[in-house]
Ligand binder design. Sequence first.
Ligand SMILES: Cc1cc2nc3c(=O)[nH]c(=O)nc-3n(C[C@H](O)[C@H](O)[C@H](O)COP(=O)(O)O)c2cc1C
Length: 182
Amino acid sequence: MQRKSPKKVLPLSKVYALLESGPVVLLTTANKKGANTMPMSWHTMMEFEPPYVGCIISDRNYSFNILKSTKECVISIPTKELLKKVVACGNTSGRDTNKFKTFGLTVATASAVKAPLIDECYVNLECKVIDTKLVKKYGFFVLEVIKAWIDSKNKMPQTIHHQGKGEFMVAGKIIKTSSKKK
Ligand SMILES: Cc1cc2nc3c(=O)[nH]c(=O)nc-3n(C[C@H](O)[C@H](O)[C@H](O)COP(=O)(O)O)c2cc1C
């Protein structure tokens, strides 16, 4: 017979914070008015190679229409040193703020998309939107990474992982196992 679970019921409103723990990234887009960036934690890998990434962008964000129309972006992975700037980018909108100038983020030219790379970030991924079928219903964009840049000197990138309500976990210890899977 199965026993009653000793665990407490968790309100459904708290579930997102348990599962969104991939690194917080900055999603940068560009149009005629210039470049803009926003933090994003609702993303998921979908294929090894070519790398496909699924991500949810709310249509309330300025970035939404730019991504939808230009069909390209850069995903940059910040480390804990950038946490304050990342949060500031999430509390402002590109509609009325030049976030790069205001928060002191350095842009660099990408090779295959108009949106810029962010120098201070440990990784920059140039992406094209390859599927918009679920955008209308869920704000879900499927991206293909077409070029990837990394700061190879950073051997222990302390990426930041959103826990909900302004709390973040910082990546730490790596444990190696004998798994042969990717
Ligand atoms: C840690 C963090 C994670 C976020 N993740 C997402 C996300 O996955 N999708 C989304 O649409 N908004 C997300 N946001 C909210 C946007 O970053 C925020 O609304 C931002 O101001 C939008 O900027 P924009 O109007 O310039 O596009 C997140 C914010 C923070 C602080």
